[in-house]
Write a protein that binds this ligand. Structure first.
Ligand SMILES: *[C@@H]1O[C@H](CO)[C@@H](O)[C@H](O)[C@H]1NC(C)=O
Ligand SMILES: *[C@@H]1O[C@H](CO)[C@@H](O)[C@H](O)[C@H]1NC(C)=O
Ligand SMILES: *[C@@H]1O[C@H](CO)[C@@H](O)[C@H](O)[C@H]1NC(C)=O
Ligand SMILES: *[C@@H]1O[C@H](CO)[C@@H](O)[C@H](O)[C@H]1NC(C)=O
Ligand SMILES: *[C@@H]1O[C@H](CO)[C@@H](O)[C@H](O)[C@H]1NC(C)=O
Ligand SMILES: *[C@@H]1O[C@H](CO)[C@@H](O)[C@H](O)[C@H]1NC(C)=O
Ligand SMILES: *[C@@H]1O[C@H](CO)[C@@H](O)[C@H](O)[C@H]1NC(C)=O
Ligand SMILES: *[C@@H]1O[C@H](CO)[C@@H](O)[C@H](O)[C@H]1NC(C)=O
Ligand SMILES: *[C@@H]1O[C@H](CO)[C@@H](O)[C@H](O)[C@H]1NC(C)=O
Ligand SMILES: *[C@@H]1O[C@H](CO)[C@@H](O)[C@H](O)[C@H]1NC(C)=O
Ligand SMILES: *[C@@H]1O[C@H](CO)[C@@H](O)[C@H](O)[C@H]1NC(C)=O
Length: 733
């Protein structure tokens, strides 16, 4: 039941718990993915091969009716409507890497760019930047938005091989150069965005500068994406509510060969799956093979530890931070006390105080004992009508609105700033209890919820409570999240069809909307990655990721440390000139899979070549030497530990340069680096070093961290070192 407390009512950013895959053999057909690794070298018709495989397991003359989709442009596989038995049979066939049910994944629902250091006046429109193509896998786009106007844009870059197949009444232009969709709903078959989420993320990454935007007068300013001159390619893999694995794989299959420079995907699941059964891990692996970096939001299931499912080492996993422009709201109680809280409340009161009622006293008699939570169908409309209702759960905004209340005051401990459909405010536990006490202290309590205002937050950037946390439950040696970027109260383009508060019945519509979530953070980093790639078109995905991680601004402010915010907050200006990079190739990732125990025959299918594991037995300790830009480690509680990490850096700064290492004095970890000085005589020269980390006894569930930084006087190359001290629970089967 405690879950109710944390249920966010905004559907794009809902902390869902309803994704549990129920397995158990039965005859129902469900869409399954049959993943078969890389495209074969031999040139044969994959679609007929897929059909042939289906015919062998389906006892029906029309096996083609069960083939949902073939993947054959960037990797090999298909989606089919199968019973569990058929799925199991097909899983044993030659060439199959994995078979899994197509599950539903969730969308993780102007000032931010100035805050990050690309001021509005920057002349960033280079010829190369306008050649950048960002692939957005999301809910589609609203092509008529000012953010996607193509005035001043030339034709699509020559490398573009995609198409505009956005469906009926969907026109591309020189800004939105491609569109595809993979959902055929009954009434709505096009890449047009009906929820608003996809327009918001696309415009945050690459939207035009649009002056004078605001959300009903709040947060007025210029809305713009990270790389306003970049192009957008739209892959609609979600319907209004959710996104299927089968559609996500179709989006990757197309985007990779269409010629996008990078892929941003602000959605995911709140459970962890093996890399070979995870559509985003599979799609992004094949993107990486082709030099395309994929960025994924880590999810909104924080502050729970181990809550992110964005775990593959080739993914760039983005957490959400705050910016210096915050939106607050206030409520003035009848006793003269004013309490400050959160909400993006656009409603202006008229000066008359409104009667208050507590949820407990407003519920129907037959409701559960959690009356103060205002659970669905529990509020009595005759009791709340014309009143402001106090609820101990965030669901109270939705249920109060639906029951005809005037407004809501809710308890909101996760500090998630929401857009309410009517006057509402979220309060921390302490002020909430004050309001409750006041409501209980007088026979006719009253309050007035004020319109939201903006303030400057000097603590920014700070981690957000809702951003999902590491460590990485599959590979603790690979730090997750990787990076932080603004994800709180972000103003960006929207769909006029989208519900701006996520609450059905809210009739307002707006071209620009304020949303919070890691969904909003991910496209910020996609914009930065495109910016870096426009300066270094030949860099590998790992090099771009390394440059953004090692130049990020250090953060603090939570006991989860790097497991909340990654290496730090993204810094676009420094990222284009990192000095040194930690590079990785496809072979490095393949060796990593070998060392964590994936079987050689599967790895061969995935990688599409005859790469074999260097050692017949997995070498788990070798994972410490995987050339990641961050150093992470798992230690047992109350046991001292010693661990060595080997790393290799590539010089991309000055040809002739000397770097010295420094480590902050930390009482927690003793860090020694050998050698302490590395010198380069040429560009692209590589040098290796070993980091020795010694730690004492730490209690269960602690996080200890430090860092090391190489500097040549111009560049600072920082890698965090983070240790998760825990006794992991046995995985549930
Ligand atoms: C799969 O088959 C079932 C009937 O067994 C049907 O109800 C369902 O619509 C099919 N799904 C797809 C995507 O074809
Ligand atoms: C196409 O979509 C736009 C935007 O929703 C709408 O204004 C227009 O009427 C539509 N045209 C047709 C022919 O449906
Ligand atoms: C949608 O359905 C139509 C008619 O069945 C079909 O022609 C079209 O290819 C489908 N589009 C997609 C994107 O699946
Ligand atoms: C102010 O708003 C309340 C609630 O809608 C309404 O009952 C009241 O008449 C209004 N007062 C004035 C002076 O407009
Ligand atoms: C309300 O007041 C009554 C009596 O003063 C007290 O017994 C009760 O615990 C109070 N309830 C709350 C929620 O403060
Ligand atoms: C709920 O109603 C009862 C009875 O009218 C009253 O005594 C109590 O104080 C109310 N509780 C709150 C928290 O207002
Ligand atoms: C995940 O993969 C590993 C290594 O291949 C395997 O041992 C494990 O059983 C898999 N887990 C699931 C849930 O499939
Ligand atoms: C393995 O791959 C290498 C490099 O691609 C190639 O030269 C070699 O012939 C391949 N060997 C086999 C047995 O396929
Ligand atoms: C770890 O590094 C230290 C210092 O460089 C070295 O003395 C030690 O032998 C190394 N240990 C292992 C297991 O490689
Ligand atoms: C490199 O730097 C060293 C030391 O500063 C200097 O002696 C040498 O001439 C430099 N070489 C080049 C090619 O600039
Ligand atoms: C770290 O170094 C200090 C100073 O040399 C020493 O007192 C301490 O015991 C060391 N800690 C560990 C965990 O080895």
């Amino acid at each position: 039941m405690a879950n109710w407390k944390f249920v966010l009512f905004c559907m794009f950013v809902i902390l869902g718990t309803n994704n549990v895959l129920v397995s158990g053999a039965n005859d129902d057909r469900k869409v399954h993915i049959i993943y078969m690794g890389s495209l074969p070298k031999e040139d044969y018709s994959l679609a007929s091969h897929h059909l042939n495989m289906l015919q062998q397991v389906i006892d029906d003359d029309f096996a083609e009716n069960f083939l949902v989709r073939s993947y054959k442009r960037s990797f090999n596989g298909f989606a089919a409507n199968l019973t569990d038995k058929e799925a199991e049979k097909i899983g044993r066939m030659e060439g199959v890497v994995s078979v899994f049910e197509s599950k539903k994944l969730e969308l993780y629902t102007t000032r931010s760019w100035d805050f990050l250091g690309i001021p509005e006046t920057t002349k960033e429109t280079s010829a190369i930047e306008s050649d950048m193509i960002i692939g957005v896998l999301d809910s589609g786009i609203w092509p008529e938005s000012d953010s996607f106007n193509d005035e001043g844009f030339g034709p699509a870059p020559k490398k573009w091989k995609g198409t505009c197949a956005g469906g009926k009444n969907f026109t591309c232009n020189n800004k939105i150069i491609g569109a595809r969709y993979y959902n055929n709903f009954t009434s709505y078959s096009s890449a047009r965005d009906s929820s608003g989420h996809g327009s918001h993320t696309a415009s945050t990454a690459a939207g035009n500068k649009v002056k004078g935007t605001s959300f009903f007068g709040i947060a007025e300013g210029t809305a713009r994406g990270g790389v306003p001159s970049a192009r957008i390619a739209v892959y609609q893999v979600c319907d209004v509510l959710a996104c299927g694995d089968a559609q996500i794989l179709a989006g990757f299959d197309d985007a990779i060969v269409d010629g996008v420079d990078l892929i941003t995907i602000s959605l995911g699941s709140d459970y962890v799956t093996n890399f070979t059964e995870d559509s985003i891990a599979i799609g992004s692996f094949h993107a990486m093979e082709k030099g395309i970096l994929t960025l994924q939001a880590v999810g909104n299931s924080g502050p729970n530890k181990r809550s992110t499912s964005s775990l593959a080492p080739w993914l760039f996993s983005v957490a959400a931070s705050s910016t210096d422009r915050r939106i607050i709201d206030k409520v003035s109680l009848g006793n003269g006390v004013t309490l400050t809280g959160q909400s993006v409340n656009t409603f202006t009161p008229n000066g008359t105080k409104i009667p208050l009622i507590v949820g407990e006293n407003a519920s129907k008699p037959d409701c559960s004992d959690l009356k103060d939570y205002c659970l669905p169908d529990c509020l009595d409309p005759t009791k709340v009508e014309g009143k402001i209702v106090l609820c101990a759960s965030q669901i109270g905004v939705q249920t109060g609105f639906k029951s005809g209340a005037f407004g809501s005051i809710i308890q909101n401990d996760v500090h998630f700033n929401f857009v309410p459909p009517y006057p509402a405010i979220g309060l921390d536990t302490e002020p909430y209890n004050l309001a409750l006490k006041y409501a209980n202290s007088t026979t006719s309590p009253q309050a007035e919820i004020l319109r939201s205002e903006t303030i400057i937050d000097t603590n920014a950037p700070s981690p957000t409570d809702f951003s999902s946390r590491g460590p990485n439950v599959i590979l603790p040696e690979i730090m997750k999240p990787d990076i932080s970027a603004p994800g709180l109260e972000i103003l960006a383009a929207y769909s006029p069809l989208g519900l701006i508060s996520g609450v059905i019945g809210d009739k307002r519509s707006s071209k620009y909307v304020i949303l919070s979530g890691t969904s909003m953070a991910c496209p910020h980093v996609a914009g930065v990655a495109a910016y870096v790639k426009s300066f270094h078109p030949d860099w590998s995905p790992a090099a771009i990721k390394s440059s953004i991680m090692t130049t990020s601004t250090p953060m603090k402010g939570t006991e989860d440390k790097e497991y909340a915010y990654g290496s730090g907050n993204v810094n676009p200006v420094k990222a284009i000139n990192p000095g040194l990079i930690f590079d990785l190739s496809k072979d490095d990732y393949v060796n990593l899979l070998c060392n964590i125990g994936y079987d050689t025959s599967k790895i061969r299918k995935v990688s599409g070549d005859n790469s074999t594991c260097p050692s017949l037995t997995p070498q788990r300790s070798a994972v410490n030497d995987f050339n990641y830009p961050a150093l992470a480690f798992h230690a047992q509680p109350n046991q001292p530990f010693v661990v060595n990490f080997t790393r290799t850096v590539t010089n991309v700064g000055f040809a002739n340069s000397t770097y010295k290492v420094s480590v902050p004095t930390s009482s927690d970890l003793n860090v020694t680096v050998v050698p302490q000085v590395i010198s380069f005589k040429s560009l692209n020269e590589k040098q290796s070093f070993v980091v020795n980390v010694v730690g004492g006894k730490f209690p269960q569930e602690s996080v200890v961290s430090s860092s090391l930084e190489w500097t040549d006087g111009t560049h600072n190359v920082r890698s965090p070192i983070v240790v998760d001290v825990s006794q992991p629970e046995e995985p549930e089967e």
